[in-house]
Write a protein that binds this ligand. Structure first.
Ligand SMILES: *Cc1c(COP(=O)(O)O)cnc(C)c1O
Length: 408
């Protein structure tokens, strides 16, 4: 028989969301007449903005014409989209990015998961705990870790706890870490990094020869103008950081699929003999070999996000979600909860009452208020005792969920 990649067997069984689904199903089977409100999801709910839809319809029509048909496009993405990305997301913020430093893809989940292929197998990763599970699991699959321990931590990963005790500002790794995953605004805690803190991270990476993988999937939810949207707003960051961006949460593309990865040419790694190699050229080789481009129709839709009308429409959607976030935050505080996040991010991270375990609070909220959230412990051991609520729901659901929580 053919051997398997045994690293997969190291993965913790029972991924978070299937377990949530199982518990919700079993509750609703037993209580078929109760309406369950889901505030656990990390998916958007508003429909695609009209300007985006129009651009996609036009692109589809174009594809049906002999002179408008598009077959394989450039693997890296069409220039019309990359130019808009650079102009809107970087040039306007004083950052210089070249066209060949941007790689359009069908999602940041794949990008954050695939990127580890271009690092040596013995490179050590550091993650914030709690964490978006993709960063960890893809390194487990690749064989960069040991087994998981009873607390849920893998050997050979550096964990940087982010809890109330350190104001969710993780300390720098004390051991050697070659690759540092950072996500700001953060999923799940909803916290952001100040310009000063990001500058310290960049300086740390430079001093220690580490690189930072900066996931800014939620940058468009930042309300405070002093908070950087891109790590490249920090001078020198291009030598130490890659940046992951996605249209998923920004413009409702979770089902449409479009994202991009920025790898500046000055970002270098080294061979075992000590020769420097640019990560941009490695990723370019990887992307053009294993990926055949995002559809023309989708890239046309993404381009429309940057039009004046597109910006107005997605701005309204973000405002809707952030108003949900405000309602959740304030409603929970009124009910006596200790809450974090939710002011520059669509997630509210609450401390479970009376020191309840995350899953116990999940069951409590489900059975007493029929509200579904996400147990913090599902994002890592340091998430134990916390709980995530998402602002991506419908307004009326948010309001009735808060009403039920208040009555608990
Ligand atoms: C939603 C999300 C993404 C975006 O994923 P896509 O594959 O682009 O939909 C990336 N990072 C984090 C932390 C997320 O929560």
């Amino acid at each position: 028989m053919t051997g398997i990649n045994e690293n997969y067997l190291k993965l913790k069984a029972g991924y978070l969301f299937p377990e949530i689904g199982r518990r919700v199903r079993s509750y609703s089977d037993a209580h078929p007449n109760e309406k369950i409100i889901r505030l656990g999801i990390g998916d958007v709910t508003l429909p695609l903005a009209p300007t985006i839809v129009n651009a996609m319809v036009e692109a589809a029509k174009e594809m049906g014409q002999a002179n408008g048909f598009h077959g394989y496009g450039p693997e890296q993405g069409y220039s019309f989209l990359i130019q808009k990305i650079i102009e809107h997301d970087y040039t306007k913020r004083g950052v210089k990015i070249d066209e060949d430093e941007v790689f359009v893809s069908d999602g940041s989940k794949c990008d954050c998961g695939n990127i580890q292929e271009i690092f040596s197998l013995d490179s050590k990763i550091a993650v914030v705990d709690p964490v978006y599970p993709v960063y960890v699991d893809t390194n487990v699959m690749a064989g960069r870790t040991g087994e998981v321990d009873a607390s849920g931590r893998y050997a050979n990963i550096v964990y940087m706890p982010a809890t109330e005790a350190n104001s969710f500002e993780p300390d720098f790794p004390k051991e050697k870490a070659d690759i540092i995953y950072l996500c700001y605004p953060n999923n799940p805690t909803g916290m952001v990094a100040s310009k000063e803190r990001l500058a310290e991270w960049v300086a740390f990476a430079k001093k220690n020869g580490s690189i930072i993988l900066f996931d800014s999937a939620y940058e468009s939810f930042i309300q405070d103008p002093a908070i950087p949207k891109s790590i490249y707003e920090i001078p020198g960051a291009k030598e130490v950081a890659m940046e992951f961006r996605s249209f998923s949460k920004t413009a409702g593309f979770t089902g449409t699929r479009c994202a991009y990865l920025v790898i500046p040419k000055e970002l270098k790694g080294k061979t075992s003999k000590g020769e420097e190699v640019s990560f941009n050229s490695l990723w370019s080789r990887r992307h053009t070999t294993k990926f055949n481009g995002v559809s023309y129709i989708t890239q046309k839709g993404a381009e429309a996000v940057f039009s004046t009308q597109g910006q107005k429409e997605i701005g309204e959607q973000i405002a809707y979600y952030m108003e949900n976030a405000r309602l959740i935050r304030e409603g929970l505080v009124k009910s006596g909860f200790t809450v974090f996040g939710g002011t520059n991010a669509p997630y509210i991270w609450l401390k479970t009452p009376n020191g309840l375990k995350s899953w116990d609070f999940f069951d409590h909220l489900l059975s007493k208020a029929q509200v579904v959230g996400t147990p913090g412990s599902g994002f890592g051991p340091a998430g134990e005792g916390y709980f995530r609520l998402s602002a991506f729901g419908k307004r009326e659901d948010v309001i009735s969920a808060l009403d039920r929580i208040q009555k608990l």
